[in-house]
Design a protein around this ligand. Structure first.
Ligand code: FA5
Length: 334
């Protein structure tokens, strides 16, 4: 039937005109041309329907409606597509620009040092344990044989936390040393013990090239039946050489800590002078008693090392404050 051919031709032409249109304006032109009420090609088709014979009419009428609906729907769909494309084109998004490379971070030198310390001490057979940074006086002082009148307890030399103290019903402070973890470990475990604990400690010290008010310590504790000072010196010397190289010079000086007897301080060569890197000694019998150990049956050594100072030597940093200024130019070097 010629009429149906005309419908098909109309539909094909309309579909391709719609597909070719790339803007709302062009689509409006297509609408006027194909669906327009006044002069559009649809009117010509309508005229053909009018001319159809009585028999042809039902078929032709149905086809007319189909074609009109199909073209109208196609036009609307394309209009929506063009509108979305326009939004994307108008935005700042330019898919042809090269991507922005992600800046890769790296671990803080102190974090790297801590990881390295753990690994070295693990090889010496020391297990890593954790302890809280917020402490009571029992663990920070009492059990460590630090008497009530000792200057280490001075509120001006510690960070006491007023609110926590009020809530706990007893003095609470930020721990001033990791020796607290010796006590916590011995409270929970029986000898033999061989642990290290690495973490933050806090002291209101004046900041200078070797002092910070927050710094890190590595505590070590070894308790067994026959531990002596020679073993302590060997472990510390081996550790220092493993971390800082075989040529590092360290020395031990007699010193005093309430929780060790005898006690030493450990220094390392720093240019033409020496820098203190830690304290150590044989665990004081009073400490053993405070945790329920029998000092006649066990002996032990303990040490507390300043992690920042090792890190300074290792990475050749001459001022501790550099670690905590968050200067990316400095941190990038590691
Ligand atoms: C102590 O803290 C003892 N608890 C160490 C100890 C443990 C002795 C076990 C015996 C047995 P001292 O206050 O000296 O000791 O600190 C130990 C190390 O921490 C120092 O040698 C130093 O390396 C480091 N240190 C101390 N104060 C600071 C600070 N303000 N900033 C950076 N490092 C510090």
């Amino acid at each position: 039937m010629d009429i149906l051919n005309a419908f098909n031709e109309y539909e094909t032409a309309a579909q391709s005109a719609i597909a070719d249109a790339t803007s709302a304006e062009q689509l409006e032109q297509v609408r006027i041309e194909f669906l327009g009420q006044k002069k559009g090609k649809l009117r010509d088709l309508q005229a053909l329907v009018g001319k159809a014979t009585k028999e042809e009419k039902p078929v032709v009428g149905k086809r007319f409606n189909e074609v009109r609906t199909a073209v109208t729907e196609k036009l609307e769909a394309r209009l929506a597509e063009v509108a979305t494309a326009k939004t994307a084109a108008e935005s700042d998004f330019d898919p042809t620009l090269p991507g922005q490379a992600m800046a890769l971070g790296n671990l803080h030198p102190i974090t790297r040092t801590i990881t390295h310390f753990r690994e070295l001490m693990g090889r010496f057979g020391f297990r890593v344990v954790e302890g809280p940074e917020i402490e009571d006086e029992l663990h920070n002082f009492d059990s460590l044989n630090i008497p009530m009148e000792h200057p280490a307890r001075d509120p001006l030399d510690n960070f006491y936390i007023a609110t926590a103290t009020a809530m706990a019903g007893g003095p609470i402070l930020l721990r001033s040393q990791t020796s607290t973890v010796q006590i916590r470990t011995m409270e929970q475990e029986k000898a033999p013990i061989r642990i290290v604990s690495l973490g933050r400690v806090y002291r209101p010290d004046a900041m200078d090239p070797t002092h910070s008010c927050m710094f890190h310590q590595m505590e070590g504790l070894m308790v067994d039946t026959d531990i002596n000072m020679a073993q302590l010196k060997t472990v510390l010397a081996m550790f220092a050489r493993s971390f800082l190289g075989p040529d590092v010079e360290i020395r031990f000086r007699p010193s005093f800590f309430p929780f060790t007897e005898p006690s030493v301080e450990v220094d390392m060569k720093w240019g033409d002078s020496w820098m203190e890197i830690g304290g150590a000694g044989m665990v004081d019998p009073n400490v053993f008693r405070s945790v329920g150990y029998d000092p006649e049956k066990v002996s032990g050594f303990a040490f507390g090392l300043g992690i920042e100072r090792f890190c300074m030597k290792h990475f050749e940093v001459d001022d501790i404050r550099r670690f905590y200024e968050n200067d990316v130019r400095f941190l990038k070097q590691f």
